[in-house]
Write a protein that binds this ligand. Structure first.
Ligand code: CTP
Length: 422
């Protein structure tokens, strides 16, 4: 197991873990790798987030770790948890704890405990395994709920019958794991899931916690299957009671799935915003604003949706009425709108011209850059002020329309303009 963990961590992180073990040894704290990281070791999948549980004071261990390794440390005293953000990784260090829930969906009451108790408070058996890192038998697997067997048999099983009642976010987590790993819920877990749906348990969690899970689903490598499952089960009603998941929404999601691979800079696209747009843009503006308020959607995302909605019809009309629009005109028309909104438009229009022009904008035109800067123009003798902006804008049009494709071309264009001005 030690070799597998070391291989998984790579040389850099492995030595970070060694430092943490040294500190824990000094403090005589037993420490363990837990949760998704252990699951992913056994599944041989990458996972950059390391979860460590300490039988002792996790926060003091995290503080000493941060002193040695650097990184940004965030501490939640109330839950005994600390997160250390390193350049490419996150290390969560928490004190082993047990949890009790005062009512369904409440934040848990936390008490310090042992690793065994800590594993008992978790969601699914596959996430309830640990690897001991120090003490008598280091690098052995602790698997009190047979998570390894469930992993092998591709099964999602909760640890006890109250799991979805205690923490209804587990329903959304369950969908995420079910679709990510292509696992099935066990018979008993399926029954409990069904009961929790019938009892409307997701209503017991705060909108922010719901939205956080929605976000995680949208950020999956393949978000289309879990988002589709959310829709089939009827979970979009927690976004707004008027949202259903019919053929129209399914087609929109399918089209989004088709459009995304055509884009150059896919990582720039805010997937939660894209799916949210697809779900709420058809609703009246007041409802959109209420939803954004309820989920504390950032101001710029709200503006993106509202502005897109206001310009949607006119944008589609212009694109469908003009056969041979120059690329610069397409750029000027579409660049004020958020990319997420444009993808949403492509997913619902039938007119191929509209779709092609938007895809052209998203995949090529939006990436077009000019090489000369305002300072370069001034150095060439153009007077500071409006003229600089005008020429930069002309240069951009020339680039967009393919008449210039190099810095030399840009320089020649500017010199030519200068001659004409003089
Ligand atoms: N956990 C839980 N119930 C929750 C959230 C988390 O039991 N509602 C436990 C699980 O043991 C989980 C661990 O905390 O494995 C870490 O949580 P998180 O980082 O959210 O999930 P991962 O399992 O690591 O999933 P992912 O791969 O999506 O990061």
């Amino acid at each position: 197991m030690k070799e597998i963990v070391a291989k998984k961590l790579g040389a850099g992180l492995s030595s970070c873990l060694d430092r943490i073990i040294e500190i824990a040894d000094r403090k005589k704290y037993p420490i363990f790798l837990v949760g998704g990281f252990v699951r992913d070791i056994l599944l041989e999948r990458d996972n950059l987030d390391i979860d460590i549980v300490v039988e002792g004071d996790g926060i003091s261990l995290a503080k000493e770790t941060a002193n040695i390794l650097g990184g940004k440390l965030t501490i939640h005293e109330r839950f005994g948890t600390a997160a250390l953000a390193l350049p490419n990784h996150k290390i969560d260090i928490t004190s082993a704890r047990s949890e009790t829930y005062e009512h369904s969906g409440a934040l848990p009451k936390v008490e310090l405990s042992s690793i065994k108790e800590d594993l008992k408070r978790r969601d699914f058996t596959i996430n309830s395994m640990a690897v001991r890192l120090n003490g008598e038998n280091p690098y052995t697997l602790l698997d009190p709920f047979n998570g390894e067997k469930d992993l092998k048999e591709k099964r999602l099983e909760v640890l006890h019958n109250n799991s979805f009642i205690d923490d209804p976010t587990r329903m959304l987590r369950g969908i995420r794991f079910e679709q990510r790993f292509k696992f099935n819920f066990s018979e008993n877990t399926t029954k409990l899931f069904g009961e929790a749906i019938g009892e409307d348990r997701l209503n017991n969690i705060s909108p922010i916690r719901f939205y956080n899970e929605f976000n995680l689903i949208c950020q999956e490598k393949d978000p289309y299957s879990p988002i589709g499952r959310m829709g089939e089960i009827g979970f979009f009603r927690y976004i707004d009671k008027t949202i259903t998941y019919g053929e129209e929404t399914q087609t929109i999601f399918n089209q989004i799935k088709w459009t995304m691979p055509l884009l150059e800079n896919k990582e720039e696209i805010d997937m939660p915003l894209l799916f949210l747009t697809a779900l709420i843009a058809p609703l009246p503006e007041e409802t959109i604003l209420e939803i954004c308020q309820k989920f504390s959607i950032p101001e710029n995302s709200r503006t993106n949706i509202i502005q897109g909605k206001r310009n949607e019809a006119a944008t589609i009309a212009i694109l469908s009425q003009n056969d041979d629009m120059e690329s610069s005109a397409i750029y000027r028309l579409l660049s004020p709108l958020a990319k997420e909104y444009l993808i949403y438009i492509t997913s619902k229009v039938i007119d191929e011209r509209v779709e092609e022009n938007i895809v052209l904008y998203l995949s090529e035109l939006s990436e077009v850059k000019i090489e000369l800067s305002g300072d370069d123009l001034i150095a060439l003798g153009i007077k500071e002020g409006k003229a600089v902006g005008d020429i930069l804008s002309l240069l951009k049009d020339e680039r967009l329309n393919g008449r210039i494709d190099s810095r030399e071309g840009e320089l020649a264009f500017v010199k030519n303009k200068l001659l004409k001005i003089k």
